[in-house]
Design a protein. Structure first.
Length: 531
């Protein structure tokens, strides 16, 4: 059987950097990637308007000034094609492709206690033996298409934003229905509306959306980031979200006068992006504080919509601001001022079925030539659970996680030796700049593998007690915030039957990074190492 030191699942930002790091340690690694190219989430999410909500100067690798020197971002927030071009540029520069097998999905990874080895299988019949398995599968890669009766009878074409055709879709002259108003819906709806003859948007939850404030980057911004990248990234690792662009205001709302608070809201709102969430330190901790900000946001949102009844429908009223993923938009709310765009509230008019000609909701048929499902992902656990992972005594990881994911630090799970997750559940991941969190994990895993040494038997395994305590700690922290109050994908609430557990670590990148360092300083406290 073919053998490798490590198998890496996925060739997005995480898998690419992991491969680079393991090679630099002199290890052999094989990456498997379901797509035909590198990119992960940016390979699949090619829907119109797909764009990163973290600014491009921060949403890039931070480990190499040389990589940075050869690349020039064009916009404040990079659009999907530019990010994918960047990832291909990195793959070329680091010569990564020779160790990536594309169009290949890992189906199983089984641990053998006798040999202390994993056997990994793919849908193309590969079978490899390896010491380490590293899941670089991404948090938003397993698309979620809820069951809609009758979809198979629909006469037109339908698409999921998370698996968009590479050649693009031309909606010119078409009647289009979009289901879902999370980030993907909010980004794509204005562009679909520009082409479509008629657009019907089916909204289940009105979301808070803030103007992104996208614009071309200035040459001085690019020049500055070229000299400060490494310092900026070291600093980003000490912040809450791994983002330096918007330092949060530490003052509590109760410590600010009304005038100070409103000035803070205005400045941050107008600066664009997530900055608004840092208006005061108690934003996601206190209902009173949160409602002040939410009221301001609703007021600013309503100013963008001409029809009062439509504005009312678009204004979120069932969850605090910032605890369900905040959307950033370019012209989203204004789209509903267009005469050919309709909004249907599916809480009042539930979708009953897809018909041959469109969507039937609340007893009425809405005609459509094309359907777009912007219905999101089986986030954080979907792609991991999709692989038949078996650890000690043949225990199946997805069985162990049936009531919600159980990890220590989001890096590993008890009973599964030498299996690592990059940005797994229980780590800051989706509450942070993903690339900062990815780099922290990749470097931690690399150091750990070096510590285990080159012998065949070195094993690291999460201690069950440490895992139990970590899971309890994450839950306790989340329960002190307003996060559990929204039906969000952070909570698994968007997928029918998924356990409701808050999955990311809410304590911030900086605090989490300190914990990672303490664990290493205590020779991997909470893990069991064997020679
Ligand atoms: P999201 O944010 O999970 O949004 C999915 C949307 O689809 C959301 O509005 C859902 O409503 C809606 N949805 C899901 N199921 C249904 C059904 N059955 N009927 C009607 N509407 C439904 O996914 P995105 O792809 O937009 O964004 C994912 C992340 O990618 C984003 O947060 C960024 O981090 C990048 P709901 O709100 O659940 O009521």
């Amino acid at each position: 059987m073919e053998t490798k030191d490590a198998i890496i699942v996925g060739a997005g930002f995480a898998g690419m950097y992991m491969l680079h790091k393991l090679r630099s340690e002199g290890l052999t690694a094989q990456v498997f990637e379901a797509g035909e190219g590198v990119g992960g989430t940016w390979y699949w999410n090619r829907y119109p308007g797909a764009r990163c909500d973290v600014e491009s100067l921060e949403y890039q690798y931070g480990f190499s000034s040389e990589l940075q020197a050869g690349w020039t971002w064009t916009e404040r927030y990079a659009a999907q094609p530019e990010i994918l071009r960047y990832q291909n540029y990195v793959a070329d520069k680091l010569n990564l492709r020779r160790d990536i097998r594309f169009s290949t999905r890992v189906t199983a990874a089984h641990y053998d206690e006798g040999s202390n080895r994993w056997t990994v299988e793919t849908d193309r019949g590969d079978q490899l033996e390896t010491r380490f398995v590293i899941m670089a599968t991404g948090c938003l890669s397993s698309t979620s298409l809820p069951k809609f009766d009758g979809l198979e009878n629909f006469k037109g074409d339908w698409y999921h934003t998370g698996g968009w055709p590479h050649e693009g879709v031309d909606f010119t002259g078409k009647k289009v229905a979009v289901i879902g108003t999370g980030s993907s819906g909010v980004q794509s709806i204005p562009l679909i509306a520009e082409q479509a003859e008629h657009l019907t948007v089916f909204q289940r939850t009105a979301n808070f959306t803030l103007p992104a404030g996208n614009r071309p980057l200035k040459s001085e911004e690019i020049a500055r980031s070229r000299t400060s990248l490494l310092d900026d990234r070291a600093y980003a690792r000490t912040t809450g979200a791994g983002i330096i662009a918007y330092p949060g205001n530490e003052a509590l709302s109760t410590e600010m006068t009304e005038a100070e608070r409103l000035a803070e809201y205005k400045a941050r709102w107008e600066a664009g992006g997530f900055s608004f969430l840092g208006s005061h330190g108690d934003m996601v901790m206190s209902h009173d504080a949160n409602s002040l900000a939410a009221d301001y946001a609703r007021e600013r949102m309503s100013q963008r919509v001409k029809d009062a009844a439509c504005a009312e429908l678009l204004l979120p009223n069932d969850h605090p601001i910032g605890v369900k993923r905040l959307c950033l938009d370019t012209g989203y709310l204004e789209t509903f001022n267009e005469p050919h765009v309709d909004l249907v509230n599916v809480r009042v008019h539930p979708i009953e079925r897809i018909t041959e000609q469109g969507v039937q909701a609340g007893g009425k048929e809405y005609e459509a030539d094309a359907l777009v499902f912007a219905t999101g992902f089986d986030a954080m656990t979907g792609a991991i659970n999709a692989v038949d992972i078996r650890g000690r005594a043949g225990e199946k990881l997805s069985d162990k996680w049936a009531a919600g994911p159980r990890t220590y630090l989001g890096l590993g799970s008890a009973g599964f030796p030498n299996l690592f997750f990059i940005t797994g559940p229980g780590s800051p991941s989706v509450l942070s700049n993903m690339i900062v969190s990815i780099e922290m994990h990749v470097e931690w895993i690399t150091d750990c593998i070096r510590r285990l040494g080159s012998g065949n038997l070195g094993t690291i395994e999460v201690d069950k007690q440490a895992e139990d305590e970590w899971v309890a700690h994450v839950n306790e922290m989340a329960s002190e915030t307003l996060y559990p109050e929204a039906n969000s994908w952070y909570m698994g609430a968007n997928v029918a039957g998924k356990p409701r557990v808050f999955m990311p670590y809410p304590g911030g990148v900086g605090v989490y990074g300190e914990k990672l360092a303490e664990v290493v300083a205590a020779d991997y406290e909470g893990f069991r190492l064997s020679a």
